[in-house]
Design a protein around this ligand. Structure first.
Ligand code: ADP
Ligand code: MG
Length: 545
């Protein structure tokens, strides 16, 4: 996980401050070190001057013993490591160390200052004459050479006069121990490190405090605010007072949140309005559909009446004939034994004809009965047969042959039987009405997707449907038939009923050749099978009585 902005800021600020403080401390320590060394160099120079002054008289008198005694006494002072004198040629004339008589290397650091060029320098400033180095035992030393110049007194001295044109007679080399300086320096470094640590600690604590207060906290508040907004919690304003920019940011965020809240409220309000409208519209539509089904049912009943009347009239006429025949056979003594079989035959015909009329009346009643809507498992084939029987006579009159091609293994279908009968009736009547002189209507059932659905097909050899009419045939009151023949409700009702059963209706038509309607009904009813499913059923039952 990447560190947060506040952590990044705090760490980088602390690092920056630590580096700056570190550099400052380093420069301070170096400056102090240089100052300490300069003091030491000045001290060494002072000492060298004191030695030359103190030994001046002894030197002039060439009293080497007194001079060396004096120098030895001085050398016992704390911090003085050595005092030595060497002549121009580099021979050590005197030393507080056991090295008198040896030659020094003119290329050595101490001599190099003046002897680097062909003509040696005569006067060199104090710092250039000083050198520091580390002895074999590890201690640091400061060495300072001081040239001993030729003076008038020297060149005119009686004893061992030097030539007047010689500038430098010899070199005084004083060595000081730097242990005290190093100890002081170590203390300075320790102090600087401690101060650095404390400063960096304090500053980073302050940085953390300010970053938390001015960066971390407001950013967290903003993040929480945006999270609340994304969770659609729009009632929580963000309150930030850390800096003008943050305050402005929080303010614009709050404005945005407030606008969002208002917009959402508006959307909710219009959604509610829309829902009520949709509910109202649905109720109106359901009412209209109920009316449609009722009207269609009444129209269907009207059409059926003629057919059924004839269906009943035929057996009734038969019964009348048969009863007249039987009356003739019947004498005072009853039925003559010879004509008994004939009489029985007539009687059997009477019962069968009466039964046929009774069946037709029962079917008609079933179709128009005021019954509570119900959804049960029904035999679709039986519904087809009953419905076709009701219109049989009418079809014969129209020279239409009806063929039933039923799948005998068809499973039972969950449906409202009287509604499905209305579907079959409408499709079969439409088919027969489409046939001009004579033709065939095939009603078939099948189960192309076993366990899922069944299909009812009504195919005719009629006129077919014109392509421009095809998209409108399911519209209520769309009809191509003459006044008084069609009202345009049949297919609208069929569509409503099929929808309410969770099914589907398709049409295939070739103008001049014929039409096929295919109704698919599911074997498992959906939880809510279309709008007004049961209301439609109730309306059918209610309106048809
Ligand atoms: N089998 C069919 N063959 C030809 N046209 C049909 C057929 N079924 C329906 N139609 C067309 O669809 C129209 C609407 O049918 P429908 O809703 O039953 O109303 P109606 O039968 O009262 O006209 C019909 O007028 C007709 O033009
Ligand atoms: Mg019709």
């Amino acid at each position: 996980m990447r560190p947060t902005l506040a952590v990044q800021l705090a760490v980088s600020l602390t690092l920056l401050i630590a580096v700056a403080e570190g550099v400052t401390a380093y420069v301070n320590v170096r400056t102090q070190e240089r100052q300490l060394l300069r003091h030491m160099v000045l001290g060494a120079d002072q000492l060298s001057r004191s030695i030359t002054s103190a030994t001046w008289h002894a030197m002039l008198a060439d009293d080497r013993h007194s001079a060396s005694e004096m120098m030895r006494t001085i050398a016992t002072k704390q911090g003085v490591d050595w005092i030595r004198i060497f002549n121009k040629e580099g021979r050590i004339m005197f030393s507080t160390r056991p090295e008198a008589g040896r030659m020094v290397d003119k290329n050595a650091e101490a001599c190099f200052v003046c002897h680097a060029r062909e003509h040696p320098l005569v006067r060199v400033d104090v710092p250039s004459r000083a050198r520091t180095f580390r002895e074999a035992n590890g201690g640091r030393r400061l060495g300072l050479i001081t040239p001993i110049y030729n003076e008038r007194a020297c060149s005119t001295a009686a004893c061992h006069a030097h030539d007047a044109d010689v500038a430098v007679l010899g070199i005084l080399d004083v060595g000081l121990d730097l242990a005290s300086v190093d100890a002081e320096l170590a203390a300075v470094k320790r102090r600087a490190a401690a101060v650095l640590l404390v400063e960096v600690g304090l500053v980073s604590a302050l940085v953390v405090f300010f970053v938390r207060r001015f960066v971390h906290k407001p950013i967290r508040q903003l993040i929480e605010g945006t999270r609340a907004v994304s969770a659609m919690d729009l009632d929580q304003p963000i309150v930030i007072s850390s800096s003008p920019e943050m305050v402005e940011l929080a303010r614009s965020f709050n404005v945005m949140r407030e606008r969002l809240r208002l917009a959402l409220a508006e959307i909710n309000a219009s959604k509610q309005l829309l829902e009520t409208r949709v509910d109202e519209r649905t109720a109106q539509l359901e009412a209209a559909q109920r009316k449609l089904i009722r009207s269609d049912r009444l129209a269907s009943l009207g059409q059926l009446a003629a057919s059924v009347a004839h269906e009943i009239n035929n057996p009734l006429a038969g019964v009348l004939n048969l009863s007249m025949l039987m009356q003739r056979i019947l004498t005072e003594e009853g039925v003559p034994p010879a004509r008994l079989p004939e009489f029985r035959g007539y009687l059997a015909q009477v019962s069968s004809e009466t039964a046929r009329a009774g069946r037709i009346v029962t079917d008609l009643l079933a179709f128009s009965r005021r019954s509570t809507p119900r959804r049960g498992l029904e035999d679709l084939n039986a519904l087809v047969r009953k419905t076709v029987a009701l219109v049989d006579h009418k079809l014969k009159m129209l020279n239409v042959e009806v063929v039933c091609d039923l799948d005998l293994a068809l499973p039972q279908v969950p449906c409202d039987p009287s509604q499905v009968q209305q579907v079959i009736l409408n499709l079969v009547l439409n088919a027969s009405e489409a046939i001009v002189h004579e033709g065939t209507v095939v009603v078939s059932t099948r189960a192309p997707r076993p366990g899922e659905s069944v299909q009812l097909l009504v195919r005719d050899t009629g006129t077919g449907i014109a392509p421009e009419a095809l998209p409108r045939i399911f519209d209520p009151f769309f009809t191509t038939k003459d006044e008084g023949k069609g009202v345009g409700l049949g297919l609208a009702v069929v569509y409503g009923i099929v929808q309410s059963h969770g099914g589907d209706i398709e049409v295939n038509s070739v103008p001049g050749k014929g039409t096929e309607f295919c109704v698919t009904l599911p074997l498992v009813l959906p939880a809510h099978a279309g709008p007004g499913a049961d209301a439609a059923a109730a309306a059918v039952a209610g309106g048809a009585a």
